[in-house]
Design a protein around this ligand. Structure first.
Ligand SMILES: CC(C)(COP(=O)(O)OP(=O)(O)OC[C@H]1O[C@@H](n2cnc3c(N)ncnc32)[C@H](O)[C@@H]1OP(=O)(O)O)[C@@H](O)C(=O)NCCC(=O)NCCS
Length: 238
């Protein structure tokens, strides 16, 4: 065994990695059907973001405490609407940097806006991203943002856990990573809760709001996720 700056590499891991075989990301992936057949969690529906979500999204997109650790500029309402329209148009995952945004729709919580028919649907309280880091190597990134009024209730965890499953089961990722400002302790705690390992720190990797920020890298392998999911199921059934 030899030590590296990151996690140790040993014979056992080398053998497990070999047994996993070569990368085979399931792309191109057309997410259109997720509109009619969304992901579901205990409290939420996770479906692709829509242009009509712009008002709900703006409720968190405009808050300084939300922007603190996200590479989003301050936007006025119109810029926010354009940003939501842009992200809502992403439906096919095929190449590096292609992304899909899941709206976190909290069932029973009224949206801040009314539809053209005067109907008030359920509210989008945050969103979850899956993005291809490397199609060739089956590496996928996940990310999250949640309105502060809905934080501290395990909703980000509930949604992110489902999107992690999506990355492994639907996209066939070999590894899923999250990249976050080192000082973003809420995000780091979420990664840990999801079973992700802190793999390293990129020092002064971004310049954000007048400061250099270190970036923490968290990751989880498909086989680690599968083992954790199996033991959770076993615990539930016992
Ligand atoms: C990162 C972020 C999504 C985390 O949200 P969160 O609500 O803290 O995350 P979780 O869903 O995991 O909730 C955890 C909290 O809910 C509590 N909780 C309550 N019920 C729970 C349940 N059923 N399951 C899990 N946690 C539960 C936990 O104890 C924990 O509380 P604590 O923070 O006081 O310890 C949120 O802080 C955020 O959107 N920040 C701004 C945007 C941002 O920085 N995004 C990340 C960029 S990398």
């Amino acid at each position: 065994m030899y030590e590296t700056a990151g996690p140790a590499v040993d014979d056992e891991r080398t053998n497990l990695a070999a047994a996993d075989g070569p990368p085979a990301l399931a792309v191109p992936y057309d997410a259109t059907h997720l509109g009619a057949k969304p992901l579901r969690t205990e409290r939420m529906v996770l479906r692709p973001l829509l242009p009509t979500d712009a008002d709900d999204v703006y409720e968190y997109q405009r808050l300084p405490e939300v922007l603190r650790f996200i590479p989003w500029p301050e936007r006025d309402r119109e810029e926010g609407r354009q940003h939501t329209e842009k992200r809502a148009a992403w439906r096919t995952i095929a190449d590096d940097d292609d992304a899909l945004i899941f709206a976190m729709v909290l069932v029973g919580e009224p949206s801040v806006s009314f539809s053209r028919e005067g109907v008030r649907g359920d509210r989008v309280i945050g969103d979850l991203m899956v993005r291809v880091s490397s199609a060739e190597h089956a590496q996928v990134e996940i990310g999250w943002v949640l309105h502060p009024a809905f934080q501290g209730r395990g909703l980000a965890f509930e949604g992110a856990r489902e999107v992690l499953r999506f990355a492994f089961e639907s996209l066939n990722a070999h590894r899923v990573q999250a990249l976050l400002a080192s000082r973003n302790l809420a995000s780091a705690a979420l990664c840990e809760r999801l079973g992700m390992r802190r793999e390293g720190t990129m020092v002064e990797e971004e310049y954000h709001y007048g400061e250099w920020e270190d970036t923490a890298v968290y990751g989880i392998l498909r086989r680690e996720w599968a083992a954790a999911a199996d033991s959770a199921t076993a615990a539930r059934l016992s």
